[in-house]
Design a protein around this ligand. Sequence first.
Ligand code: HEC
Ligand code: HEC
Ligand code: HEC
Ligand code: HEC
Length: 432
Amino acid sequence: MNKKPYVIGLIVALAVGFAVIGLYALSGGKELNYRLKNRGDLGPLSKDDIVYRTVEAPAATSKDGTISAKDWSSVYPEIALTMGDNAKNTYVVSYLEEDPYLTNIYEGYGFAKDYGSARGHEYTLEDVAATERPHPMANCLTCKTPNFAKLVNDQGVSVYTMDFNEVLAMMEENVSCYTCHGNEAGNAGELVVTHSYVTKALGDAVNDINPATLSCGQCHIEYYFTPADKETMMPYHDVESMSPEAILAYYDAMDFADWTQESTGTKLLKAQHPEMETVLAGKHANFLSCADCHMPIEQKSNGEAYHSHELVSPLENEALLANCATCHGDTDMVKLVKGIQSRITARETEVGNKLSDFKDALAAAVAEGKMTEEELDAVRKLHREAQWFFDFCYVENSEGAHNSELATRCLDTAEEKITEGMALLGKDVNGK
Ligand code: HEC
Ligand code: HEC
Ligand code: HEC
Ligand code: HEC
């Protein structure tokens, strides 16, 4: 047997090995670690660059046994710090001032009194305490703090009907580590569903959703309070039933309404913020999680990579935009997204004003008393449906960026229902 090729192979391998080690030593180690910029063919940092550590969990200092961000901060200083950076997201607008027709369409409900846009996770408790919308029960705290999730996990659903202020006084943190990791963050950042209604509603279907999407989907969803226990609940049991059509059918089947509007007599629904439903029906559902677009991968000074826990807009973050480019090439993403958003926002204003006129026309017909209850109920059904479809789009926080087709479908459906309802009232859509 000729050993020559084998020996040459060995020599080459050793030479390459020494060269790599030599380069590493020369560069002080650091330069071999990928840098965000100039990674060339390597592309942007990815999860493959993260070293997932298994570490012992620190002792919990909170009263309820949840391990807080402060507790974790010595183990994961960058993660705790970047999570704190959600305090930088302070921008808010009053939707009622921006879109005056809302006060009319939400008449008789809390959102007609006070409806501002959301801001960062560091303000959840402050904002829920300050809202002028009434909150008679503790269930309003569901999506604000890990301490409430823990209370439900420890004491069961009776917690939902406890007095709001009594429970608020027991809350220690805004959205935090326990919310998305339970007390398990030490296990390589394992994601844990801590909000019990998610597993109740979805059962085994939780396995159909990427954990880095479902962890946000504990709150960024449409939900209702069950009539019996006032428990927070999702109105579906699987991903297929997350469409606005299927959710409406679910509410209709249980004869659910958020409120009955006095002037029209319509049993209305208020949509919440169906981000997960919208994303899962969108173009990226099969390959990108919420984290992929909102949690940039950054580097520590020693070169180790980690997920920033500051939840940012991908349009304002270089690392996230570099991610988009791996599929979208040199498309101007900011222009693409802003274009969609301005188109959807303009349609919202158009349809929202029509909905407001429709509501006035129905209220006038009710006051006039010339139509039978049966005739009015047929219009009320269309009013309920139109408002539901309008709201499903309006309250979704991405303004069409997550799924422009769904946003368009919602607004088109709302407009069709308005036109049909106006015809039953003997009016054309311009209210004449
Ligand atoms: C425990 C519930 C909860 C979970 C889980 C959660 N959020 Fe939130 N999120 C909220 C609430 C409540 C607000 C609004 C806070 C405020 O305005 O006081 C919010 C606000 C935001 C905002 C700011 C919105 C704006 O208009 O400025 C972004 C972005 C966001 N969340 C993204 C995410 C992402 C991404 C995840 C998953 C990694 C996630 N959230 C998980 C409850 C949650
Ligand atoms: C393909 C990327 C992508 C995915 C996946 C994605 N988002 Fe977004 N998201 C965006 C873009 C783009 C915007 C618009 C940002 C802007 O207007 O600056 C946005 C906006 C938002 C906003 C509003 C933020 C604000 O400041 O007003 C929230 C909240 C949000 N997303 C949550 C989520 C949640 C929760 C998920 C998962 C269920 C998710 N996103 C998945 C790209 C994505
Ligand atoms: C709103 C939900 C949310 C909160 C709050 C949160 N995390 Fe995470 N965390 C995630 C998600 C989602 C990922 C995984 C992203 C992925 O892999 O796509 C993650 C990843 C991690 C990882 C794995 C390493 C990495 O960088 O990906 C660790 C460790 C971790 N988180 C620790 C923490 C600690 C400690 C806190 C509190 C200071 C915290 N997280 C708060 C959602 C959250
Ligand atoms: C893994 C590949 C991939 C990545 C990464 C990716 N996209 Fe996409 N994106 C797609 C595909 C595929 C489509 C659908 C194209 C079509 O139908 O014409 C799409 C469509 C879109 C649309 C139009 C969606 C709609 O509903 O109208 C927007 C907006 C968008 N992407 C934004 C982003 C942003 C912002 C990022 C980065 C944060 C991003 N994408 C990252 C593959 C990707």
